[in-house]
Design a protein around this ligand. Structure first.
Ligand code: MTE
Length: 337
């Protein structure tokens, strides 16, 4: 059951950010010739984003980026999937301007409130996704072709970050199992690995956060990837994804901590052995492969029993599997994963 409390309770997210503790700010500041990281960082990253954009960060999440073709716009708005058409009980829809300006996307720095500015430098058309590995139909696809191939629907999902903030937003896309079916994995395939883009000239974090093993990579078991809940995201709030949310194509895995929902995917590979994942390689003590949301399993440095809704600023109790046990509970009970 959800227990809501009124604001006044401040989650120290800046302190629970997993990596900022390890992030060597001094080293970066020195390398960049700056005194602080924060508001003053804009000018150092002008290779990626022009000064005008940085001075005018007000325009948030335009309905469609200019380069979205008319035939793609015509798919929106998508029909809601009836199973996920309602805002979950006890929650409110997170306003878009809040969701679109509080993002984790380390490729564009560690400041969540600025990711939407720096991510504008990411060119998302043309884009290719390579589908490869242990499957009978390897191919390379443009995410724009996913619309005709798989169709789209809208799903309102809770989204919960390991750092204890959460939101409720309407994603647009298709169930991931459709893509897996098209690829037709062989009987040896037990896992799927997903890899993000690597374009340092467009991604300031890939230039400056050199302690990370770019590009970002994540993985699921095949059983997880084909669970009904696993969603391939192409849009949000009635339009295509803006860059900060992972354009043009990302995962949305609402029962897992947010870092499993990899953004801006360029490669999908079917594998026999458990693949490596970005955060697990970086800090295996803190970030497991499975990473299901579980209030009773604390992070080594903080409790996971509560979360802050970034829309209402209220503290709420975290639910097992983020409230999606009826969809995914069996996966783990039967030890299939
Ligand atoms: N994907 C990539 N490529 N890079 C990232 O840094 N951050 C993850 C996930 N996907 C991340 C990523 C984390 S920690 C979270 S909480 C979610 O994206 C945030 O998604 P949102 O900004 O759309 O809310």
């Amino acid at each position: 059951m959800l227990i809501k409390k009124k604001r006044g309770w401040e989650l120290p997210e800046s302190r629970v950010i997993s990596e900022s503790r390890y992030f060597n700010r001094r080293q970066i500041v020195k390398a960049l010739g700056l005194g602080t990281i924060g508001a003053g960082t804009a000018s150092i990253w002008t290779g990626c984003v022009d000064d005008e954009t940085i001075k005018n960060p007000i325009e948030i999440a335009p309905p469609f980026d200019e380069d979205v073709p008319a035939e793609i716009r015509a798919y929106y708005p998508a029909d809601p999937n009836p199973d996920f058409a309602e805002v979950p009980p006890g929650r409110e829809m997170t306003p878009e301007d809040i969701a679109a300006t509080y993002n984790n996307f380390y490729e564009f720095g560690i400041d969540k409130t600025k990711v939407h500015i720096y991510a504008r430098s990411l060119v998302t058309r043309p884009w290719e996704v390579e589908i490869t590995g242990l499957c009978r139909n390897p191919r390379t696809m443009d995410p724009d072709d996913f619309y005709a191939e798989f169709g789209i629907e809208e799903r309102i999902y809770r989204h919960r970050c390991v750092e204890r903030w959460s939101m409720v937003v309407p994603w647009v896309g298709f169930p991931l199992y459709k893509l897996v079916e098209l690829a037709d994995p062989t009987s040896d395939a037990r896992f799927v690995q997903f890899t993000s883009f690597y374009e340092p000239s467009q991604a300031v974090g890939q230039q400056t956060l050199t302690q990370y093993n770019w590009p970002y990579y994540e993985a699921l078991t095949l059983a997880e990837a084909t669970n009904e809940l696993a969603f391939a995201g192409l849009g949000i709030f009635d339009h295509t994804l803006p860059q900060q949310h992972g354009a043009p194509f990302r995962l949305v895995l609402p029962w897992k901590y947010g870092y499993k929902s990899i953004k801006s995917i360029v490669k999908i590979e079917f594998m026999a052995e458990m693949p490596h994942t970005f955060w697990n390689d970086r800090n295996p003590e803190e970030y497991g492969f499975t990473s299901n949301i579980d209030p009773n399993m604390p992070h080594p440095r903080w409790s996971q029993m509560v979360e802050r809704d970034i829309g209402t600023d209220e503290e709420i109790d975290t639910l097992l599997y983020n409230g999606y046990e009826e969809w995914v509970g069996d996966l783990y009970k039967r030890g299939r994963v």
